[in-house]
Design a protein around this ligand. Structure first.
Ligand code: NAP
Length: 273
């Protein structure tokens, strides 16, 4: 008797450090009794081509892609989805028949809580202009937000994104002067560790009413979200996006829907460890 073959999935990045993705996807495989396993594949840039050869030959059934491969991996896939193309980065690999598809589930992940809240922002302010900001801009545009302003500590980086996505830009020091009904933090400010007491948006900047959305999810309540709540704003923590982008990867690979509450509980417990 031969043992049933397990389907192999994983995450590539370098350095991978601590990633929640194996716990998330393996718990899903358990939940649906799937003969599958998700592993961490630390892959330095010079090994990316070799990894992609293995992806085709082993084969690996699906993968999450993280820093620094999100852009470089695009040249090794057979097809790029419109969302990945809008962002200019891939965070998910899956098979469509015998073609490797590169997708970006961060866009859908970002949009999910806004859709749930039926939030129709008229004027959004995006703080930060790194990789995550690109998924946020693509998501806001897909949601139909027409008035978007981006600002970043390093102005040139904001200007580059503003030109690509055709949005407004202001300097970092001017961020308190924009009246917005949706303010999104895409910087690591507020994240556990050296940044924990930082905030990209000062308490007195929360005028009018709106929604404050933080991409940081460790801790769940950042200084930014606490100040927003105290000013009477609605808040969305970063675990909503993380859970929704992970659930979308799982759906692309297995066709199954991982419940949001399951992921939230799992990750919250891991964060407490
Ligand atoms: P990144 O590409 O390195 O970009 C970081 C951005 O933050 C840059 O615009 C940088 O400005 C700015 N920044 C960094 N430190 C700053 C500081 N002390 N003051 C002001 N601005 C600062 O990083 P990323 O991939 O976009 O990720 C950003 C954050 O989003 C991380 O905390 C990550 O964990 C989180 N994230 C969450 C999810 C989720 O699912 N919830 C998904 C993706 C990312 P400069 O250009 O001036 O350096």
């Amino acid at each position: 008797m031969t043992a049933p073959q397990k389907k192999l999935y994983g995450i590539i990045g370098h350095p991978l450090g601590h990633t929640m993705s194996p716990a998330l996807h393996n718990s899903g495989f358990n939940m649906f009794s799937l003969q599958s396993v998700y592993m961490a594949f630390p892959t330095p840039p010079e090994k990316l081509a070799d990894f992609m050869k293995s992806f085709r030959t082993v084969p690996i059934h699906g993968a999450s892609v993280t820093i620094p491969h999100k852009e470089a991996v695009m040249r090794y896939v057979d097809k790029v989805t419109p969302r990945a193309s809008a962002v200019g980065a891939v965070n998910t690999l899956y098979w469509e028949k015998d073609l490797i598809v590169g997708d970006n589930t961060d866009v859908l992940g970002f949009m999910a809580p806004l859709k749930d809240k039926k939030n129709t922002s008229k004027k959004a302010l995006v703080l930060g202009a790194g990789g995550a900001a690109k998924a946020v801009l693509a998501g806001l545009q897909e949601l139909g937000t027409s008035d978007i302003t981006i600002c970043n500590r390093t102005l040139q980086r904001a200007e580059k994104l503003a030109a690509t996505f055709k949005v407004n830009t202001i300097t970092w020091d001017e961020r308190g002067s924009v009246v917005a009904d949706l303010v999104i933090n895409t910087t690591p400010m507020g994240m556990a560790g050296e940044h924990v007491n930082e905030t990209p948006y000062l308490a007195e900047m929360f005028t009018e009413h709106g929604v404050a959305y933080d991409l940081v999810y460790n801790p769940l309540e950042t200084t930014f979200l606490r100040a927003a709540k105290e000013a009477g704003w609605e808040t969305i923590d970063g675990l909503h996006m993380f859970a929704a982008q992970g659930a979308e990867q799982f759906r692309l690979w297995t066709g199954k829907k991982l419940p949001h509450d399951h992921i939230r509980k799992l990750v919250s417990n891991l964060l407490r460890l």
